[in-house]
Structures are given as C-alpha cells and as structure tokens.
Design a protein around this ligand. Structure first.
Ligand code: DOR
Length: 445
C-alpha cells in the first residue's frame, strides 16, 4: 500500500502544536511520532516550518448541482475547496430539483460519487409538506435537515408554524436553520421601495435584512428548540445581538443549540459595500464593523461553535444586476482558509482555535466518522499551510466555475501549500493533481 511521509511539520491538533513526522498509509493516518524513518521508496515531504492541520470540514456550501450548473457544479467547486484546504463539505438542498425527496438525495450522492474532489454529504431540505420523509431519514447517511426560516435563493421558506413545531418535535437529527424573519424583511423592503423605487442602493441591504430580522428569527428558533428538545444549529450568525443567544458554559458535545459563523461576516463590513457592491450581497447581510468584531469575540469565547463558508456562487452577469435583482451569495471555499491564516497573523484568532472551529467541531457536531482530527487511524484528510507565504487573489488562479471572487485584489498573508484527501495528494503548489478523491461522509449516530 502506498505510503507518504510528512517530515518535521508543526502539527496542530486539539489545542496543541507539536513538531513531528506523520506517515500516511493508504487512506489513513498510520503513525505520528517525533521521528519516523523513511521506508524504502517512500515519498518524503519536508514540511519544516509548515503547519499541518486536519482538512477543513465546511458544513455549509451551495455547489448548485443539479439544475443550476450554469453557476457551478460539484466537480468545479470541490476542486476549489481542496485548493483552499477544505477536504469535506456538506452541501445545501436549494438546487433544482430541491433536495427534499429520497430520489433527489440519492441523485446528489451519485453525482458526488462520480465527481467530488473532496468528501461529501448533503442536507435534506425540510418543507411545509415533507414531514413524513424527514421522520424516515437515515441518520448514518444524511448530514442533517436544513430549514430556511427566511427566504433566500431557491424559494424554500418554511413558514407554517405548526409544521415547524412538528419538525422540531419529530427528529433527533441536527436541524440547521437559516434564520431571518420574513415579515420584517418584507416590511423593510416595502419601505425602501416606497423611497427609492427600483433603485435601492446596495448599502441598504443590511437595513432591509436587518439585525432585528436575524434576532427575531434566531430567538424564535431557539425558543422552539428549547420547548421541543430539538437539536438546533443556527447557520451564519451575522450580528452582535444574536451572539448573546448562545452559551459557552457547556462543552460542544453536550450542547443542544449550536451556532456557525461564516468567512464573509468575519471579513467584510458595511464599509465595503461602496467598493464591492452586490458582489458582497449575502443573506444574511454583511453588517456593521461592530457586528464583525462581536462575531470574532463570540467565536473566540466559544459562543459560536463552527467556522464555515456558505459558499454560494452566482454568475458574474447575475451579480452585476441592480440591488433588487442581483442574487445573494458568492464563492468562498478557495479563500476561507487563507483569510483565516491572515486573521491568525493579525492576532484575531489562534491557529489552534481555527482548527477547533473549522475541523474538530464540525466533526463532533455532526458525528462524522474518523475525520476532523490529526490522529492515528483517522482518514488522512490533511492540509499543509505556510503562515509566511503571502499572495494576491488573482482572477487567473480562481477555480470557481463562475470565475470571480469577492477577494480579487486582496493580499492574504498565509497560503495553502498541499492538501490530502483520503491519503491522496489532491492539491500541491497551486495545482490540482487529483480530481476525484472524495468519499461519502458517514456518521456515527
Ligand atoms: O447569500 C445566500 N446565498 N444565502 C443563502 O442562504 C443562500 C445562498 C444561495 O444559495 O445563493
């Protein structure tokens, strides 16, 4: 069986940094020790001065397949993901058809089996009328149930309160929720249309999709979870006010209510709308600099549990439309880790904390089997990074099918050097080497 020896890397795992050698054998991490002697004919990688992390597990991506493949597809976006050190992804159900039936779910698994560069699983979409299917989901195969409690790309709003209560009461799977209060958004939009007509400036996006819209919806979902005992994971928290809803006095494994924060809400603020326009239009909206700082604080003090991307590509032409027509979302998987490494260099977060939030915690939260840690016997999903290698994001290097990035022109101070998926070197020195190394994620529930 093929082996690879990674020598003298600084391994970051479970809050500890240690210099060691690591041997990959087949798909697994075989051995970790201060010094391992090379085997005959073994490939050796000198990782002196580099950091070796578990590959990131991104619990929220939109890869657009099937049905929206003019924007992206599983092959293109999973290759961009591994170039960004993301070795596993959980993909969202707002495709066409929506992933709200067993057939649609199986179709996605088949597509990913044929083309994913990274490990994959999918959320099953909850709707106003598929409760009976939700009750029968296979917990070892389906990552969780996604609920849109605010409308976004794909018209998947679940707005029947009795149905919501039934879903929360009838599953012990993770319910991942997009929380924005629909009525508040509609009222705010109507007010702005009355003032601006069709020409609402992009700067009004966080006023329309407001802090209040997020807070009302997140707190309602949390109340319902508390009443029903459901396992709730609040996606893409974007405001200081919402961070007060989450606890940090119990370990993640015991939490019934958890929260995620995404790259764009940690990087951009409303000050960036003037330059970036609709390229940074997301739902929930990028808000004030003070919200961004509060998100960093809540991530560092463990009220926020998971770092993810909400990678949601649209075409350049779609994004060039005026505010009311430009869709929300943008591509992120290739640059989330470089952005985090840059944040490490700026002292906003430690590398150990990045690994906890982007690798360990998604594995713990979703009970992902043998991934998310640098441990003997675990899958060799690994990423080598250099905290001293800076680079500028250039269009020519983008692997996203949509060929644009909200980060174009940005200088990051840390780089992804090499990524391994299931023991295969899939990305090295800027190039995709292996396009098809992903396996289906399994869950120990
Ligand atoms: O900005 C967003 N884009 N937020 C979402 O919830 C959906 C996503 C998309 O699919 O485009």
């Amino acid at each position: 069986m093929t082996t690879i020896l990674i020598q003298n890397a600084t391994i970051i795992n479970e809050g500890i940094a240690r210099v060691a050698d690591l041997r990959v054998r087949g798909a697994y991490i075989d051995a970790i020790a201060p010094i391992l002697s090379p085997l005959p004919n073994e490939e050796c990688i000198d990782a002196t001065g580099q950091f070796l992390l578990p590959g990131l597990i991104d619990d929220q991506v939109h890869f657009r397949e099937p049905g929206l493949t003019h924007k992206a597809c599983i092959a293109s976006e999973s290759q961009a993901a591994v170039a960004g050190g993301i070795t596993s992804f959980i993909e969202m159900p707002n495709t066409q058809p929506q992933t709200t039936t067993f057939e649609a779910y199986q179709d996605k698994l088949d597509r990913a089996a044929a083309s994913a560069a990274a490990n994959y699983s999918f959320m099953f979409g909850g709707t106003n009328d598929n409760l009976e299917l939700l009750k029968k989901l296979d917990k070892t195969k389906v990552a969780g149930i996604k609920l849109f409690l605010g409308s976004s790309t794909g018209n998947m709003l679940v707005d029947d309160h009795e149905v919501l209560r039934q879903i929360f009461s009838n599953t012990d799977m993770v319910i991942a929720a997009h929380c924005e209060d629909e009525q508040t958004i509609r009222d705010n939009l109507a007010k702005h249309k009355a003032i601006f007509g069709a020409a609402i400036p992009i700067e009004k996006h966080p006023v329309i999709r407001s802090e209040e819209a997020c807070y009302i919806s997140s707190s309602q979902a949390i109340r319902l979870a508390e009443e029903t005992g459901a396992r709730l994971h609040v996606f893409h928290v974007s405001t200081a006010k919402e961070t007060t809803l989450f606890r940090n006095d119990i370990p993640l494994r015991d939490k019934k209510i958890t929260a995620e924060v995404c790259t764009h809400h940690l990087w951009f603020s409303e000050d960036d709308y003037a330059e970036k326009g609709t390229l940074i239009k997301w739902n929930p909206a990028v808000k004030k600099a003070s919200d961004r700082e509060a998100l960093w604080a809540a991530l560092n003090d463990d009220r926020l549990d998971v770092l993810a991307t909400d990678h949601a590509p649209h075409t350049w032409e779609e994004k060039q439309q005026p505010y009311t027509q430009a869709p929300s979302g943008g591509p992120l998987v290739q640059h989330a880790l470089p952005a985090l490494l840059t944040a490490v260099n700026k002292g906003k977060i430690s590398l150990e904390k990045v690994v906890e939030k982007a690798c360990h915690n998604p594995a713990i939260l979703f009970d992902i089997e043998k991934r998310g840690f640098v441990k003997e016997g675990f899958f060799a999903d690994l990423v080598l990074v250099d905290l001293n290698q800076s680079f500028e994001v250039k269009k020519k290097d983008l692997l996203y099918q949509c060929q644009w990035s909200p980060f174009e022109g940005t200088q990051f101070s840390g780089s992804v050097l090499t990524t391994f998926v299931n023991g295969k070197k899939v990305f090295n020195q800027g190039k995709i080497i292996e396009k098809h190394a992903g396996m289906q994620l399994t869950f120990t529930r």
